[in-house]
Design a protein around this ligand. Structure first.
Ligand code: GDP
Length: 591
């Protein structure tokens, strides 16, 4: 049965293309929202880190009532390290809204999500946004959208997409370029008319697949998903069907989504996107089913981790100066809490009770956890990342990832060279317009530090996606490259440095007494053998003598991806010390 009072819509948009502004306009005009509540609100984008990195990390939902219909807006994650999450998110939707800036046009970052949406059979509505821009070129942008759809293998119906022109900022949308609209209503109308309601079985016993997990300090674990069949009430007994076993639990609270996020409800029924508590054992992919007649839905795939890192408390003599969470108990609690909602993460006890082995999906996945902890006030140290190698029939297999690099066509050469040097193998190359898409396979270990290098080699233009494909027999050594944006102690070792932003200018050796050049970033008051990657006290010098002074002076690279850089250069006997104020390499202390 199609539920006509609900529309589940995935929003696909490049960062800055105006998603927040458009959704705010929709909220405001839906008549349920007071102007004052909107001040400075960014309803879909709550995580600073997401905004800085230009990606959406965790899918979030809100719902807007339009006439008799509840429109669930499902935010899609923009990065493929969480590839499974994109698929799971899209699984909840019956259609999608592709939002495109009237000047920029579709951006390569949205390709991945859009491709998944097409594969899932979703029909898109294209909204060309910011048409008030004086430099806008909506007709050209529409052409680019067609090209992209053809390129991604859209079917006839998907190509025949409806288009709206909108200005989220001015709060209107229109069916034609000639006519300026007055309200945002055409967006609502289009969603209601073109996107089908969810096709569900309200009369059957309850079935809800857990598609994401959240965690709240006050209520613990929250299982989120769309009810495929039946209904559920607060206090009801349900069965959680896991891989191989079932558990009987009682639903404590039910939340549905509304304009502000979650609101408590007494019950949820087929077609609703609901969040349930009281089911702490639920994992992604589990089915929450009627206790009398439990039947599982087909399992959805959850990714295996590919990379392990040691997390430990910060043993540095300065430990506890920057952060408020510094004990192993703090660290343990935080990691286990993360486990509840971060699906691809694993945590094991390490050699001592202060050490934990944390495994995740690649460097970005673990890097985001570390960066979030740092911002929350944790001090910790992490070890060199190691890929997880499997032994199959006495042979060693390593994780191999599909890597997609999108670059301006004149930058293909350096990309091939960099990826090739890291045991990447070319699969396919495709030039559309001025940009070229290159598909490779590459060992996960070859990816460590690759993103930074690709950005350096392409003046920041490369767009890199990767997703673990499989385990394959080990490929050869990935050589370490000594040159690059690595800085080490000026008083002895080689110093490689970056001048003006991301441009890489090779290696240089600096000894006490040498000149330091304009553009270098210099940090003072550091200890021997520190690698200061993100110094708290940094200043840009126009010119100075390096070490006429008796202080240790270290050069620090630009702030870009400092953690990733530190992780690339770390040695076995070193740790990256991460505090709210500083990220630096230090020798491991014997404990
Ligand atoms: P998001 O990252 O996709 O959520 O984008 P935001 O809604 O935060 O908008 C990004 C930037 O574009 C902000 O500076 C907005 O003021 C601007 N912007 C958003 N919508 C419009 C629009 O319709 N017209 C114009 N000219 N600017 C807009």
């Amino acid at each position: 049965m199609i539920r006509n009072d609900i529309r589940n819509v995935a929003i696909i948009a490049h960062v800055d293309h105006g998603k927040t502004t458009l959704v705010d306009a929709m909220l405001r005009q839906s008549g349920h929202f007071r102007e004052s509540q909107l001040q400075g609100s960014c309803i879909l984008d709550s995580n600073d880190l997401e905004r800085e990195r230009g990606i959406t990390i965790l899918a979030k939902n809100i719902a807007i009532d339009y006439r008799e219909v509840k429109i669930n807006l499902i935010d899609t994650p923009g990065h493929a390290d969480f590839g499974g999450e994109v698929e799971r998110t899209i699984k909840m939707a019956s259609g999608c809204l592709l939002l495109v800036d009237a000047y920029d046009g579709p951006m390569p970052q949205t390709r991945f999500v859009l491709r998944k949406a097409f594969e899932a059979g979703l029909h898109p509505i294209v909204v060309i946004n910011k048409v008030d821009r004086p430099d806008g070129r909506p007709a050209k942008v529409l052409e680019l959208v067609y090209d992209l759809f053809i390129d991604l293998g859209a079917d006839d119906e998907q190509i025949d997409f409806p288009v709206l022109y909108a200005s989220g900022k001015e709060g209107w949308a229109s069916h034609s370029l000639e006519e300026k609209g007055t309200t945002i209503e055409p967006v609502f109308e289009m969603i209601v008319n073109r996107i089908p309601g969810p096709n569900v079985r309200p009369e059957d016993p309850l079935q809800m697949q857990v598609t994401s997990l959240e965690w709240s300090e006050y209520i613990g674990k929250i299982a989120v998903g769309r009810l495929e069949a039946g209904s559920v009430k607060v206090g009801e007994k349900v069965t959680v069907i896991k891989d191989g076993k079932s558990l009987n639990k009682t639903v404590e609270k039910i939340f549905l989504f509304d304009k502000l996020g979650k609101v408590e409800a007494e019950s949820a029924s087929a077609g609703d996107i609901a969040a349930l508590t009281g089911i702490a054992e639920a994992d992604i992919g589990d089915t929450i089913a009627c206790a009398e007649k439990p039947e599982a839905l087909g399992r959805i795939q959850v990714e295996e981790p590919t990379l392990t890192m040691l997390f430990t408390i910060n043993h540095s003599p300065l430990a506890g100066k920057d952060g408020q969470f510094v004990t192993s108990r703090n660290l343990r609690e935080r990691l286990y809490r993360e486990l509840d909602c971060n699906v691809a993460l694993r945590v094991e006890e390490g050699a001592s009770k202060e050490e934990f082995l944390v495994s995740g999906r690649g460097l970005l996945h673990l890097g985001i956890l570390i960066e979030n902890m740092r911002r929350e006030g944790y001090e910790l140290s992490v070890g060199k990342p190691h890929v997880i190698v499997k032994e199959i029939d006495g042979k060693k297999y390593e994780p191999i990832e599909s890597l997609n690099v999108d670059v301006p066509s004149d930058k293909v050469g350096p990309v091939m060279e960099l990826v090739g040097g890291r045991r990447g193998e070319l699969v396919e190359m495709d030039t559309v317009g001025e940009r070229t898409q290159i598909d490779f396979t590459i060992p996960s270990r070859g990816l460590i530090g690759l993103r930074t290098r690709l950005l350096n080699a392409t003046a920041g233009e490369a767009i890199v996606h990767h997703v673990v494909a499989d385990f394959e027999p080990m490929r050869g050594e990935v050589p370490r490259r000594p040159n690059g944006v690595m800085i080490s102690n000026i008083s002895g070792r080689a110093v490689a440095f970056a001048l003006d932003g991301l441009q890489e200018r090779g290696t240089m050796f600096v000894k006490p007494g040498d000149d330091v050049y304009p553009g270098m970033i210099v940090a003072e008051n550091c200890r021997d053998n520190d690698l200061v990657v993100n110094p708290c006290k940094e200043k840009k010098l126009t010119n100075m003598r390096a070490a006429g002074s008796d202080k240790n002076i270290l050069l620090a690279p630009p702030r870009d991806m400092p953690l990733e850089l530190a992780l690339e250069y770390i040695e076995e006997d070193e740790l990256v010390e991460v505090t709210p104020k500083v990220i630096r390499l230090r020798k491991k202390l014997l404990t």
